[in-house]
Design a protein around this ligand. Sequence first.
Ligand code: NAP
Length: 300
Amino acid sequence: MSADTARPRVALLGLGTMGSGMARSLLGAGFPLTVWNRSAERAAPLAAAGARVADSPRDAATGASIVIAMVADDAASRAVWLGDRGALGAAAPDTVMVESSTLTPEWVAELAAAADARGCALLDAPVTGSKTQANAGELLFLVGGAAAALARARPAFEAMGRGVVHVGPTGSGALLKLVNNFLCGVQAASLAEALAVVERAGLDRDQALEVLTNGAPGSPLIKTFASRMAARAYAPSFHLALMRKDLVYAQRAAERHGVTLTTAATAQTAFDRAVDAGLGEQDVSAVVEPLRGGQTGPMG
Ligand code: NAP
């Protein structure tokens, strides 16, 4: 049996850090795949690997049973689904639309209503894991939406990930992802300030990071970011500007439930500063750079 008869056709919109790895995983698992990216040159390596390259989201969605988007933010998601030559315009009834971008639950609800009006089902399915996990097919999908749509998309999720958590109804995956990244962003900003104190005071940085990363604060994120910050290794796994976006979205989402994320607001100021310093396209760990400065010595 050829791959075309064994697997439904999938379209993937967005070939950035995450989407490129997801596309390769789908091809590797035998899914016939159509890809589209706003900047066309990013699709060339996928074409070489066997994907059909579409010239618009609408073209990509034509004939696909599952359409997945992995783009920057709410505005990008709106553009690829509902914009001029957007994917929804070509989606056949019963298409499963998968939104894996990190988005606000409000926008997810609006998109789900548009999908429903066309007879399609939307799953919000943001991911945990970063560039390494996307390339290795080891993402974790946090899914909101109907169980029947999830069942149809599950083989694609299994090709791209190590697991699927069905969080609940539409928007619940998006919300849990924002809570997850709120915690990550706050930790990154806290570590940046901690490292700035250590360096400015002239403490032995390696010794200090050994203590901090092996002690109670040493979460997986703190361990990873401590070594990137120490080495100033900022080749992006996750763009700093996207973490800032997630902190903004998390605060907005939490307010709707009557909770003010004061720590997210404070962390956001560190990310605002880094974006203003031109570091938005660097890795999240570059949030430490604007805080670094000359030494003041251990007693200030
Ligand atoms: P990225 O490398 O910055 O890529 C962003 C993608 O969005 C690119 O394909 C870009 O197209 C596209 N895009 C941006 N604005 C657009 C618009 N107006 N219309 C159409 N396409 C647009 O981002 P990423 O790291 O792959 O992240 C994608 C999503 O996953 C984001 O929501 C992010 O928050 C989330 N996420 C990222 C990570 C991570 O570790 N990287 C982990 C979990 C979740 P161009 O190539 O034309 O710019």
